[in-house]
Design a protein around this ligand. Sequence first.
Ligand code: SF4
Length: 491
Amino acid sequence: MWAPGEEVAKLTFYGLYALQHRGQEAAGISVADGRQIVVFKDLGLVSQVFDEQVLSSLHGHLAVGHCRYSTTGSCTWENAQPTFRNTPTGSGLSLGHNGNLVNTAELMVRAKELGVDTGQGQGATTDSDLVCGLLAAAAADTGIEQAAMELLPTLRGAFCLVFADESTLYAARDPHGVHPLVLGRLERGWVVASETAALDIVGASFVREVEPGELLAIDADGLRSSRFAIPEPKGCVFEYVYLARPDTAIAGRSVHATRVEIGRRLALESPVEADLVIPVPESGTPAAIGYAQGSGIPYGSGLVKNAYVGRTFIQPSQTIRQLGIRLKLNPLRDVIRGKRLVVVDDSIVRGNTQRALVRMLREAGAVEVHVRIASPPVRWPCFYGIDFASRAELIANGLDTDGVRRSVGADSLAYVSMESLVAASEQPKTRLCTACFTGEYPIPLPEDALIGKHLIEELNAAGRAMDPGSVGASSASVPAGYGAEEAIRRP
Ligand code: SF4
């Protein structure tokens, strides 16, 4: 956010609050006032990390905010964002990243050549921090804007970046536009956010999407746009299914309307005799409404969700995930007793939620449970920003539809077809990423050994194993790019 005269930290806080569903492991805000950058970040939900006192202490005219869902690097304080680096000329750079890069190993080699710390010392171990380090290192020669124009075309994968020095806010979106990034206007400034819903919540009007392959710079001179790559749109179709808020629009298409249409099409493709359609709240709700419309079967609420328990597959460990399923949903026994139910959910990843759910509904008196899924089977991992699971953990990878049905214990199971999902999004299939359903990865992947959530940590460990002297050296000295700890406030 760039907005002189506004309380940018508080507005950014509300923007992050609106985007909490995109990441629940850590949150942070950096503010700049033209002279210095201050970063405040910690592990936890936005509301746990920030309070009135902290927000009131963050002064400036521009801010970068982030809520983290890890796809590269462990869940540590250092890996929370915005990440921060000093440039060799002494100015600062803070950066927030949505997405995941696939040429991180290559970037690490480049970083080492330039003497940029890659997390061997007290630094972060994320692809995002690597980008921040490379940008900061290059900025000494050319300034940040030019450094970004040279670095961004060399990044591979999915990236929506917002970064800032003391006076200028930048935003960039990968040439494929995998995840959404939008530009909004405040009366006295500009906002860039992952979803249009965040613009609504901070009172900004939607201007346009940041284009794939575009770099924006916003400062006292206004807004500048540069093109760093030719756009080749491949928007994540899973944003429509699950990731984005229903009150967001992506590529001009309402996410809610897309989900209702998916449900309507699912009803026509996979009808069943039943008494009641119930959603798995919240992301299954619009598709269940659509299923009820398409089938003529009454719609009702059969499950109550505890709104304060995080999304299950977004939680980092299996233990917490299983606990989450039990804590998350409770059946309305009076509604479902004696009924033949159609239960509509957005997706099946591991199958744990649906198995627990079907059991819970039968125990609560349902006589039949028919599961309908508003996406095709997830058979492939995502390398562009969703930490689904390894291929082996994906239930649809090893089982056909009837195998999954038996595994979750449903009377029947059906997924919406790929064709209907694409049609409901109103985007041409050629402009969508569907890799987790089809295995067709639009951005080429490196070999297995050069990809993975803990790649930087593993490469650092391998480097240390090869050079025993480097362990002591890196832990005893302040690595390059980490000279400004005073600018980062640890709660
Ligand atoms: S693989 Fe799936 S979740 Fe990942 S970007 Fe592509 S469509 Fe989205």
